[in-house]
Design a protein around this ligand. Sequence first.
Ligand SMILES: Nc1ncnc2c1ncn2[C@@H]1O[C@H](COP(=O)(O)OP(=O)(O)O)[C@@H](O)[C@H]1O
Ligand SMILES: [Mg+2]
Length: 149
Amino acid sequence: MKKHVISTSRAQTIDLAKHLAGYLFDGCVITLSGDLGAGKTTFTQGLGQGLGISKLISSPTFTIMKQYHGSLDLIHIDAYRLEGLHQDLGLDELIGTEGVCVIEWPEQIPDLIPAEHLAITITRLSEDKRDLKLEAHGARYDALLEFIS
Ligand SMILES: Nc1ncnc2c1ncn2[C@@H]1O[C@H](COP(=O)(O)OP(=O)(O)O)[C@@H](O)[C@H]1O
Ligand SMILES: [Mg+2]
C-alpha cells in the first residue's frame, strides 16, 4: 500500500509524524529518503513528540546513531556518511529488534534494511511545501497506513 500526503508547513509534518507515532509497534523500522533539507529530521522530531520524548532530537549525522527513551525507544540513525563503513557498528543487531528505528539515508545501507518496513520519501515542492510518499512493505505496515489520511 502507498499513500501521498502534502504538507504545507514544518508544523504539519510534525503533526503527521506525531499522529503516526501513536500506531507504531516495538521493532518497527521507518526509512526516510529525500535530499538535504527535505524534512527527514523534522519528521523524526514529530515521531519523538508522539512517543513522549522531551529531549531535542537533532541530526545524528556525525554520531551515526542516537537512542532516546520514550513510550517506545526511538533509535535514530543517519547513514549519510556510512557508505560501506557500517560493518563493525553492530547496526544489524539494532535495526528492527527493539523500539522504533528511524533511518535517514537508507540508500547508504541497503543490506541492513529489513524487507518489512515503512519507506517514506520526502520531496521538496517549494520553500514550505513537501510531498510525503509513504510506502508500506509488509502487512503490519499496511495496517499503519490505514491511520494516515
Ligand atoms: N512542510 C515542511 N515539512 C518539513 N520541513 C519543512 C517544511 N517546510 C519547511 N521546512 C523546513 O525544512 C527544513 C528541513 O530540515 P531537516 O528536517 O533537517 O531536513 P533533512 O533531515 O531532510 O535534511 C527545516 O528547516 C524545516 O523547518
Ligand atoms: Mg537530517
